[in-house]
Design a protein around this ligand. Sequence first.
Ligand SMILES: Cc1ncc(COP(=O)(O)O)c(C=O)c1O
Length: 411
Amino acid sequence: MTGGLPIYFDWSATSMKKPHQVKTAVIHAMEHMASAARGSYGPGLNAGRVIFQCRLAVKTFFNGTELRHVIFTKHVTEAINIFLKGFLRSGDHVITTIQDHNAVLRPLHDLKERGVHYSVLSADEWGRVKLTELDQVVQKETRAVVLNHGSNVTGNLIDLAAVGEWCRDRGIIFVVDAAQSAGYVPIDMIANNIDVICFTGHKGLYGPQGSGGFILGEKFDVQEQVDGSVIDLSAQIRPLMSGGSGIHSFLETMPEALPDRLEPGTANVPALAGLKAGIDYLNMRGIDAMFDQATELAYHFYHKVKALPGVHFYGDYESYDNSSSAADCGYERLPLVTFNIGKVDAATVAQELWRKAQICVRPGSHCAPLIHRHFKTEDQGMVRFSFSHFNTLAETERAVSVLGEICDEYL
Ligand SMILES: Cc1ncc(COP(=O)(O)O)c(C=O)c1O
């Protein structure tokens, strides 16, 4: 992105630049695909086929177990709402964290009216969630732990394996909001004992906006008991919405079978075609390599900006501080850097970056009120630079230089 085009450092909000394969797939779907499950003519069957392929790609990507347990939604927000509001019951207790997004906090707040209550794990001075508090807040009514894997504010990552094991040992459902980490960090549902993974298609998965969903893990597969009876936990998820499904039209309720029960209305076929192409792209490039490239830039940016006057960072940068090169950092944090310059309003810094050099960054509160309160940045906000392998060193250097000018002018 050079030659007068915007320099984009807001990948945590959405991946503005898509691989060309994604654009081709979206256009192909718009030209050749009708509605799925609505007819047996070619373009309708094409739509059904691409949805099937996308379901398979998503299931494989996160190591899910059953194809019918991949549920598509418009975005992760809808996925989280459908699962939490469909599954939790009055009297249930939930544990979440201070780094969670409003996509989790607001549904949990809504659920208070229905008798669901929740506790929030706090953080240390670097914003690292205190997992040791799990043992202090757990109750006999605790039905789920719902957490944001990678903070869109600090870039800190939560140890999924540790929480997954803790939940498994207590029979608690483990729900992960992977909005930020999916596509950046490998996530294996089985290895980490994840029961529900919620994802959005338009960020690190490089799909279009309007794609997302959730996957139910092994615990939701039909379990046969020794006495021959079966337990199907997935049957307990009540649909949040109902409507056309293309099948069983004379039923007054949604069909029981998944994914149909939780996917009313016409599927967004172009978005799912694009999401499938985005995942194929990740598999082809390799997410390790892409993560390393983005981390290289974030690491470089962090060390350069650290040398500017009055800069204060938010998050755990221990891996960047203690490694002699980005290659040694590993999956310790997401490739994003969040900071403030003295007491300058974050929105002013973002505006100056745009005005001076058409640099796109995200200021403000990032829809994550609790972690902002923790850092006392409710008024000032924070400036967030988030990186992708699509960025270049020249763009990163340009941003550092403009930040230097802003420091000179405002401090
Ligand atoms: C951690 C986290 N969860 C949820 C969301 C919501 O994503 P969407 O708007 O795609 O539903 C975001 C978006 O920034 C996020 O960062």
